[in-house]
Write a new protein. Structure first.
Length: 531
């Protein structure tokens, strides 16, 4: 009967690939209307930077949500259409942006926000005026900047204590490019639009080395995600894209410098009852191995697409789940992921009609802040009578088998499975801890399943019961605890040595996971008050 229950659950799960939006919440309104701010969660606080307000005027304010209220922090410069990038020490660098209202011109100023003191500190000016730029913090403390709008582009570099300086020319001019680390020493730069808003080609620039051409980018236009964290692993990313010919939407997977189209069990839709969906932004939730994108149709109706990418690590297809939102969202072009898994949409624009797609009215912005909980109630994709019929058929078959086998035999099987599960749990803990398998950078759940002669489903369920989390996060927890032990016992070891001995594939992966799990950088944790 237990196996029959599992079969029923599998059938219902397969039937439930479309959801209704039961998880929408209204958060406290902003004191001032805003659209297209940069959105981050810093020290557990939802934080907004810049953007523009009513009348398409530039905003020079940052806001953070604490104790149910919004608190304002004046910025030194407006950074609407600028860049905003997190730094390894937990601070945030903001630079450039439009010089005037209506998104006109470019600006010079750069500043750093410290979430612990809620203050901004100016750190200098760019080597050239920029709007539509992106930035990436490098492992050595430098920051790479590229991209521009209606002005020439080039790469420049920020070095602490030295400021910004020209690095080298780019092969292709770009607006809001993706700048992604492709290895510990290198990064790639590409975009969907050039610095005048025209389609760009498939040229990919490198921080180090010659550029290369990626044919997939000729076919698919990558869509601006305001440089959100798109990482699904070390030097592995998901990027939202639109087909240049059919206008279908899809996800491009990038591993190092290799580009491929993510295989999914169903397409991200381009049509709704009210017309075509347009999709914008993408956020990645690594703890749930899912990504989310937001779409609006021509009447302003919102829809979320969830992309569970966990199956791709075992050669399967990513699973797309669609959720229609029954709430009057403004047209939000910026959103972020909260630590509890909710997606938050602050501010936004009103929507005006233009043909079959909505157009954001930048002159009218919103104070509203909405949150969407991704664990929504399911709705059958195919007609419910079929689902009921299949379930009744399985129940009938199960009852027949149960009567044939006998209640005593079935009960005995249930009792025998309990100690077997306990034994497997003990074997799992013993294998990981005593053999220190977490030190293997490429350790996967399938490796553990093969070692214990079981399957990844059982291992995943046991890990969930043991840690309340997924396999990847549990293993990283072992690695972080081991790294802390090394830092205390061997203070002479470098960060790179600690990262390698703890099982991380790179120093940057160590920094990122340490910060996520402890709320501090390794250097902060090593201070006497940090442990």
């Amino acid at each position: 009967m237990k196996r029959l229950s599992l079969i029923l659950i599998a059938v219902l799960t397969a039937a439930c690939s479309h959801s209704t939006g039961g998880g929408v919440q209204r958060l406290p309104d902003l004191p001032e209307p805003v659209s297209t701010p940069y959105v981050m969660v810093l020290n557990g606080e939802l934080t907004l930077f810049g953007g523009h307000t009513d009348g398409f005027l530039l905003s020079s304010s940052a806001w953070y949500l604490k104790n149910g209220a919004w608190h304002k922090v004046p910025m030194k410069y407006p950074h609407s259409h600028g860049f905003c990038t997190p730094l390894p020490d937990g601070k945030v660098m903001l630079g450039g942006g439009s010089a005037e209202a209506f998104g006109i011109g470019q600006s010079w100023g750069v500043e750093v926000y410290d979430p612990s003191s809620h203050s901004f500190t100016p750190i200098g000016v760019l080597s050239r005026k920029r709007a539509g730029a992106s930035a990436l913090a490098l492992p050595d403390g430098r920051v790479l900047v590229s991209g521009n709008w209606y002005a020439p582009d080039a790469m420049e570099i920020y070095e602490p204590g030295k400021g910004f300086s020209f690095l080298k020319d780019v092969t292709a001019q770009r607006n809001i490019p993706f700048i992604l680390a492709s290895s510990e020493e290198n990064a790639i730069i590409f975009s969907g639009l050039d610095n005048y808003g025209k389609p760009s080609d498939g040229t990919v620039d490198r921080l180090q080395g010659d550029p290369f051409h990626e044919p997939l980018l000729d076919e698919w236009e990558v869509l601006d995600t305001r440089q959100a964290d798109l990482s699904i692993g070390d030097y592995s990313y998901l990027v939202l894209a639109r087909h240049r010919g059919s206008h279908e939407f899809g996800i491009i997977r990038i591993v190092g410098e290799q580009f491929s189209l993510l295989e999914t069990n169903q397409a991200i839709p381009t049509n709704s009852e009210a017309g075509g969906y347009i999709w914008s932004q993408l956020v990645v939730d690594r703890s749930r191995r899912s990504a989310y994108t937001l779409g609006f149709d021509s009447e302003g109706n919102a829809c979320f697409a969830g992309i569970c990418y966990d199956p791709i690590f075992d050669g399967g297809k990513a699973e797309v789940t669609l959720t229609e939102i029954d709430a009057p969202f403004p047209f939000a072009e910026a959103f972020a992921l909260l630590p509890d898994g909710r997606i938050v949409l602050p501010g936004g624009n009103s929507i005006s009609q233009a043909g079959e797609i909505p157009v954001a009215n930048n002159l009218v912005t919103s104070r509203e802040v909405w949150a969407y909980r991704t664990e929504s109630l399911p709705k059958f994709l195919f007609p419910w009578p079929w689902a009921v019929a299949i379930c009744l058929l399985l129940l009938t078959a199960g009852a027949f088998l149960f009567l044939r086998k006998g209640a005593k035999s079935a009960s005995t099987q249930e009792v025998e499975e309990i100690p077997a599960t306990i034994q497997l749990t003990e074997q799992l803990s013993k294998t990981i801890e005593e053999e220190e398998l977490f030190k293997q950078p490429d350790l996967r759940i399938t490796d553990i399943a093969a070692r214990l002669a079981t399957n990844r489903t059982y291992i995943s369920a046991i890990v969930k019961s043991l840690s309340g989390d997924n396999f990847s996060n549990m293993i990283n927890g072992y690695r972080i605890r081991y790294a802390q032990k090394l830092m205390l016992e061997h203070p002479e070891k470098s960060v790179t040595e600690i990262a390698e001995e703890s099982g991380f594939s790179s120093r940057s992966a160590f920094y990122r996971n340490f910060k996520e799990m402890t709320g501090m950088s390794p250097a902060e944790w090593k201070k006497p008050a940090g442990h």
